[in-house]
Write a protein that binds this ligand. Structure first.
Ligand SMILES: NC(=O)c1ccc[n+]([C@@H]2O[C@H](COP(=O)([O-])OP(=O)(O)OC[C@H]3O[C@@H](n4cnc5c(N)ncnc54)[C@H](O)[C@@H]3O)[C@@H](O)[C@H]2O)c1
Length: 353
């Protein structure tokens, strides 16, 4: 039976991947030690996702192990060997702010951890497709040099700019900018995944995500902004808007749409590719617009305050141009726009809370 290894299998992207891949007939082996709880606190714990996977996904096997452990990863990869046809690498330390508290642990998880999983793939299943979860933060704050215009609820790109219609494409340099330590560890991982494709012929791909979201996210202050914002609305908890007058724009992609993209790539891999992936012009919002939508959907007012100082390396305006991916995989289509995503998050949180 074909095997898929999913790292970070208790997280938003990992859990969605496990659901999809088991339903598609693969046997899935998950690796996740719930580091998210250690990084971001009890509310960020993904334990409930693991329980659901074990109950609902036939044949799913979970390993509560660290991706950085050579011996543990070697045991798992050597057990399945050439039967491993797909590796989805979604384990990571995901937060800008947390990385500043512990840069060594951040780098060890994001860069060294990725190196370890790449090396295991090279050693035991070199023909497997390797999907690496990268991020638009690899571009650093170079993005903030784009000419923006202030609108009532959002920053918007000047309409004459080539990125206006479809968003930012992969031609943006990842050099000459402030990344934040998180952006730096993720950029190292992104380059490693590309190099393993180039140097060793692995079928690697980097998906540079915009804002990824869905009801499976355990959103907290430091990561998972849409689900945290909706939780604040539902629990009547205070929310702090940080920087850029709350007009910073994010594009938002449902984890289900993301996993559809993974599967399309898995079925017809194009080794060494790098794709921006996000909600694009189809699904995006500013923070102020997200607040309005959460209030509308939850029926509650959000009690929010404002801190002027923005986060290091944070983007004022990000919309992904996904046309490189769409050109290679024309059957891939968006199913969820920003309103649908927030409605799904609301539904999921109602069940959880
Ligand atoms: N969520 C987003 O908005 C977003 C945007 C762009 C890129 N990404 C990338 O997508 C990937 C998945 O993100 P997510 O939102 O699902 O994050 P998540 O925090 O929900 O999931 C990551 C999982 O990895 C696990 N993990 C962390 N370190 C580990 C380790 N050393 N060993 C084993 N497991 C470990 C965590 O416990 C967690 O369950 C990450 O690489 C992230 O950088 C996410």
């Amino acid at each position: 039976m074909d095997i898929a290894i999913v790292t970070g299998s208790m997280g938003l992207v990992g859990t969605e991947s496990v659901h999809f891949l088991t339903a598609s007939g693969l046997k899935v082996i998950g690796v996740d030690n719930n580091m998210r709880r250690e990084f971001l606190g009890d509310d960020a714990s993904n334990e409930s996702n693991r329980k659901v996977l074990e109950e609902e996904c036939p044949g799913y096997v979970h390993h509560f192990k660290d991706i950085g452990s050579g011996p543990d990863m070697e045991r798992i990869f050597s057990e399945y060997n050439q039967d491993i046809k797909l590796v989805v690498h979604a384990a990571a330390q995901p937060s800008h702010e947390w990385a500043n508290q512990n840069p060594v642990k951040d780098f060890t998880t994001n860069a060294n951890g990725t190196l370890n999983i790449l090396e295991m793939t090279r050693k035991f299943c070199i023909n497997a497709v390797f999907i690496h979860l990268s991020t638009n933060k690899v571009y650093g704050d170079l993005v903030n040099t784009l000419p923006l215009v202030e609108h009532e609820t959002r920053w918007e790109l000047e309409s004459a700019h080539p990125f206006y219609e479809r968003g930012i494409d992969e031609s943006m340099s990842i050099d000459h900018s402030t990344h934040s330590l998180f952006g730096a560890s993720k950029a190292a991982a992104d380059l490693l995944a590309q190099e393993y494709g180039r140097s060793f012929g692995l079928k690697t791909v980097c998906f540079r995500g915009g804002c990824l979201a869905g009801p499976l996210h355990s959103g907290v202050k430091l990561h998972g902004f849409l689900s945290y914002l909706m939780a604040c609305a539902m629990k009547k908890k205070k929310y702090t808007v940080i920087g850029f007058k709350g007009k910073q724009v994010r594009d938002n992609l449902h984890s289900k749409d993301l996993v559809d993209a993974f599967y399309a790539y898995y079925k017809k891999p194009k080794p060494g590719k790098v794709y921006n992936i996000g909600g694009g012009r189809f699904s995006n919002c500013s923070l102020l617009e997200a607040i309005n939508l959460c209030e509308e959907i939850s029926g509650n007012k959000i009690d929010w305050s404002y801190e002027k100082e923005n986060r290091v390396g944070d983007h004022m305006w990000w919309i992904s141009d996904c046309s490189r991916f769409q050109k290679d995989y024309p059957k891939w289509k968006y199913r969820y726009d920003i309103k649908n995503i927030l409605e799904e998050i609301h539904k999921g949180l109602r069940q959880r809370l």
